[in-house]
Design a protein around this ligand. Structure first.
Ligand SMILES: [Zn+2]
Ligand SMILES: [Zn+2]
Length: 279
């Protein structure tokens, strides 16, 4: 069996050697992984240079790859398009339509022509910004409507940042992802139509009155031992805008149906406008 150019071990997946890497499952399958027990599953990332890597071994080198756009072992250029003049900013590469194509064989079969650059850029960004690791985890949970996991993570966070590697609850709730058009968690929850998730976010990070929430939200927050943190001086999560200037309310109206109806009730209207409308 072929082996990984980096670690020389067979190209099979060994579970629980470390944290789940960026994109490995979510980008490939869009669903939760099904890990067969006691069974070898392939883990073969085949780059355009011809080198075969384990996903994790390649992603350990993410910072170098997004800057050089070369295979760390054979030094071959991996980008399909030449980087433009401002090639020192990794996020810039993604915006220039540059891709790093590979074929990945996993338990889900063979995925030819997947673009690794967005995931490599994200991995690299996370390594240089350790304080956003929790925020990134929350975004994945919000996308998957993992309310219980979100509550567990949030319940452990201090209300405010205590050091350079902790954002604190209030900043975590309002984090805007620079790798995803500056969307907030609320944008993501509405985009996915996850009602449980956006009610929890509104409960913890908006100025909506307590009686605006379904009983299930009160129960869920009580069970996790959380109370509504004071917002000030933080903004209402509903007032955050993505890089196109759109609020969560704009997203809800675009979604139509029940979300549009909820938007009509003012659920996603930031507090200031709501106060003006009623007064
Ligand atoms: Zn390896
Ligand atoms: Zn190579």
């Amino acid at each position: 069996m072929a082996s990984c150019v980096q670690c020389n071990k067979p190209l099979v997946w060994v579970p629980f050697q470390g944290p789940l890497r960026t994109g490995k499952i979510l980008a490939v399958s869009g669903e939760q992984p099904e890990f067969p027990e006691n069974q070898e599953t392939p883990d073969d990332l085949w780059l355009s240079c011809g080198c075969h890597w384990h996903w994790d071994c390649l992603f350990d080198e993410a910072e170098d790859i997004v800057l050089s756009l070369k295979c760390p072992v054979c030094d071959t250029h991996l980008a399909t398009n030449e980087p433009g003049p401002s090639a020192t900013n990794p996020v810039h590469h993604m915006n220039q339509g540059i891709t790093v194509l590979a074929s990945y064989t996993s338990q889900h079969g063979v995925q030819p022509n997947i673009d690794l650059l967005p995931d490599l850029t994200e991995e690299s960004y996370m390594k240089s910004h350790p304080e956003v690791v929790e925020a990134r985890a929350l975004f994945i949970m919000a996308k998957n409507n993992q309310v219980v996991d979100m509550m567990e993570l949030l319940a452990q966070a201090p209300h405010e940042a205590e050091d350079s590697v902790t954002l604190g609850l209030n900043n975590l709730l309002r984090f805007q992802n620079p790798l995803e058009e500056n969307k907030s968690l609320l944008h993501v929850a509405i985009e996915q139509g996850h009602q449980d998730t956006f009610y929890i976010l509104l409960f913890l990070a908006s100025q909506l009155p307590d009686d605006a929430f379904p009983r299930s939200v009160h129960v869920a927050t009580q069970q996790s031992g959380m109370t509504r943190p004071p917002h000030r001086p933080h903004p209402d999560i509903r007032s955050l805008r993505d890089s196109n200037g759109e609020t969560a309310e704009d997203y809800a109206r675009k979604q139509g149906g029940n979300l549009e109806w909820l938007a009509e009730t003012g659920l996603f209207t930031p507090a200031k406008e709501a106060a003006e409308a009623s007064g």
